[in-house]
Design a protein around this ligand. Sequence first.
Ligand SMILES: [Zn+2]
Length: 293
Amino acid sequence: MTSFTLNAVNIGTFPLGEADRIVVLFSAEKGLHRAVAKGARKPGSKMSGKSEPLNICKLLLAKGKSLDIITQCETLETFPGLRSNLARLTYALYFAELSQVFGADLSEDPQTYFERLSLAIAYMAESETLPILQCLEFEMSLLNLLGLLPELTFCVSCRDPLEERTISSFNFELGGVLCEACERRMRGQASRGFQVAENARSEAREGKLAAVMITPMVWQQLVLARSFGTAGHDLTNLETEARPGVSAQRFTRDEGDKQVHSRLTAAQRLILGYIEYKSGRRMRSLDVLGAVS
Ligand SMILES: [Zn+2]
């Protein structure tokens, strides 16, 4: 029987038969890969804890007819910091969900995404940075690797440079921000409604809606997140770097925190809507937080 080794993040599991489990992996060697953990659902099974989502493992697999079989599993990371914080755990599980949805497209350069995902989970487990900001930056880096990074600097239609006074809407179909003149022109042409981001997600997925309005504050936040998410920083160094959109608060601390939170929430919601539009899938992980509808 042919065997091979994978270093992988466990991004999901499904029950199989009476006692087995299918483990969905994103590996450095092969990208998205499914394998069977035999007996993983039996009480007291050694494989049970090892096949938990978000663990990073070194696995020995035996080539199977349809699915490969995990014969040995050495757990490298379990991220205990995530298990004691629901919000952080939820965001990390959302990263896993994104990895399942886009995993096939990311498998061309699996090492790069494996490292990015591993670091993002580690950072979510240990960093003091707001989880929603980490989430937004991870979404941007994912979109970058997928070649779907939103255009935020130039109008996605007329290509004029965007400024605070000229930005108007974020167009899911065109993949970026429209200037006011283009938005007016397109609104005149299309029968599609333009609505605020709050109610836009489900309609965007159904193709009824192609755009959401965007404010200068949210636009700025997206620009910052895009630059941090795509800069290829070593995440461990990011902790000490200035984050101008968040740390340079002109408000009192409470007001500042509220403003930062609402701006981040609107920005993240918009990008979530864009990701759902591009994937044609409803992302469910973040529903737990009640922060996104
Ligand atoms: Zn334009």
